[in-house]
Design a protein around this ligand. Structure first.
Ligand code: AMP
Ligand code: ZN
Length: 133
């Protein structure tokens, strides 16, 4: 998509710091890092969300995430990782080109876990929610 910042990065029109690249994905350093080595992994095809991935693209993205994590592990030697994505504005997605955040974690970095993203389960019991499935 011509006005998409990540498509411009993929095309080489906007400078970036590559962590890992293959035919299907590009992993590059986030320009406003929340951790040392904060990386975003994008499929080269412009799609908005995870729902738009084909199974083949999903497998290639997953493999690319692992390669990028291995590279970060070898170079920066973090103590752990959080890996995930913000989906849709309610989930905090700002750039509408699917991207997976890799957050290297370091002992004592002051960060939280996935559980710190939201803590607002509503007043419906888990058993009631389960019935909806
Ligand atoms: P999200 O809220 O999941 O859409 O996050 C978008 C991420 O893209 C943010 O962490 C931004 O810092 C990052 N970002 C935006 N523009 C660039 C850029 N030109 N190069 C690298 N990262 C970027
Ligand atoms: Zn795009």
């Amino acid at each position: 998509m011509s006005d998409c910042i990540f498509c411009k990065i993929i095309k080489g029109e906007v400078p970036n710091y590559i962590v890992y690249e293959d035919k299907s994905i590009l992993a590059f350093l986030d320009i406003f890092p929340h951790a040392k080595g904060h990386t975003v992994v994008v499929p080269k095809r412009h799609i908005d969300t995870y729902f738009d991935l084909s199974d083949d693209e999903m497998n290639k993205l997953s493999a690319g995430i692992k390669k990028a994590m291995e590279k970060i592990q070898a170079v920066l030697k973090p103590d752990g990782f959080n890996v995930g994505w913000n989906q849709s504005p309610a989930g905090g997605q700002v750039v509408p080109h699917l991207h997976i955040h890799i957050m290297p974690r370091y002992e004592g970095d002051g960060g939280g876990s996935m559980h710190s993203i939201v803590n607002n389960p509503g007043d419906v019991k888990v058993g009631e929610v389960a019935k909806l499935f």
